[in-house]
Ligand binder design. Structure first.
Ligand code: P6P
Length: 334
């Protein structure tokens, strides 16, 4: 029987000495928030928390009650600890400032509190995505400039997957590690140390219903993934419609997820700061690659909190193929 390692013990044993303390405690805070959200999510069908909260978020999407709960909970767990100087959430139009009465810390937390929320009512896996930066301007901590950083400057990123079991997967740069929540103990236990993307991919993930809206290059990419060309890889298709679930499965089995631009979505659908960026950090640490079709996601400088970005993420050679086809299309168009 392998030794039982809680996330707290793992963080303490694996965080470099200089990062122990505030940064380590911030990761605990995120794990605590994940446990609380998990209890609500697991009972979502029972505690009348399902259904719409009656209001619409900054994205113009109907907020589900669980969305509102998760967003508010993460803020309340993190805003008074003195570890953060500012936060940003998918559910809030502006940055989340640290209340005056609390000490400001040195880190920035960006998060999507409950991605895939349209799946809440149909009991399909949903997830939380988070990223942690250092504050840039120590003198004027807690401004938009501290939040708008490229994903390459993340000091940590991860996600919580609320599925058949609840998993927390994170990286501080040295490997990607997965923990599964033991609901009897109320502890996240190390279950997937040093997660590495399999060299041989298994799946491609995309909403193929939008095929007619794509550019010829993206349509050709889809046909290549479907085995339509001599050098096509042997893949199967899986699409859950919940980014964290699709990403997690591909991380374990190998593959590519993409959400390209469309005629009515010139920048795609997914957000750079708190969706594509943290996942790009993770896939990079697990041996894969993420691109907007032209530029590594890690190198894109955000200009707005909620800016969208096309996303191709997974095995490097699969993502590179998309870049090659899109580049050829660019050259033809030029
Ligand atoms: P579509 C969920 O709403 C989400 O933001 C991601 O979790 C998911 O990958 C994507 O949108 C699904 O979008 O257009 O395929 O329904």
């Amino acid at each position: 029987m392998s030794k039982i390692v809680t996330i707290e013990r793992f963080i303490l044993e694996n965080q470099p000495a200089h990062a122990r303390g505030t940064f380590t405690n911030l990761l605990y805070d995120i794990a605590l928030a994940a446990k609380i959200i998990a209890t609500k999510t697991n009972r979502a069908g029972l505690s009348d928390i399902l259904g719409r909260a009656g209001n619409v978020n900054v994205q113009g999407e109907h907020q589900q009650k669980l969305d509102v709960f998760a967003d508010d909970l993460i803020r309340r767990v993190c805003d008074h600890t003195g570890r953060l100087c500012v936060m940003a959430s998918e559910e809030r139009e502006d940055i989340i400032e640290i209340p005056e009465q609390f000490e400001k810390g040195s880190y920035v937390l960006v998060y999507d509190p409950l991605d895939g929320s349209s799946n809440i009512d149909v009991n399909v896996s949903i997830g939380t995505i988070f990223g942690v930066y250092r504050c840039i301007d120590k003198a004027n901590r807690g401004r938009l400039e501290d939040v708008l950083q490229p994903a390459r400057d993340l000091v940590a990123a991860g996600y919580v997957l609320f599925g058949a079991s609840t998993m927390l997967v994170y990286s501080t740069g040295d490997g990607v590690h997965g923990f599964t929540l033991d609901i009897e103990l109320g502890e996240f236990l190390l279950s997937h140390p040093h997660m590495i993307l399999p060299e041989k991919p298994t799946y491609f993930s995309v909403n193929s219903a939008y095929y007619q809206r794509w550019s010829p290059a993206n349509q050709r990419y889809m046909r290549w993934l479907q085995g339509g060309e001599p050098d096509s890889p042997p893949l199967s298709a899986r699409y859950i419609g919940s980014l964290v679930a699709d990403f997690h499965r591909n991380l374990l089995r190998g593959g590519v997820f993409f959400y390209p631009t469309e005629a009515n979505k010139p920048r795609g659908k997914l957000r750079l700061l708190y969706e594509a960026g943290p996942l790009a950090f993770l896939i990079d640490r697990a041996g894969g690659y993420a691109s907007d079709g032209c530029t590594p996601i890690l190198d894109i400088d955000p200009t707005e909190l909620h800016q969208r970005v096309p996303l191709y993420i997974g095995n490097t050679d699969l993502v590179r193929r998309a870049e090659q086809l899109l580049q050829e299309e660019e050259m033809v168009a030029a």
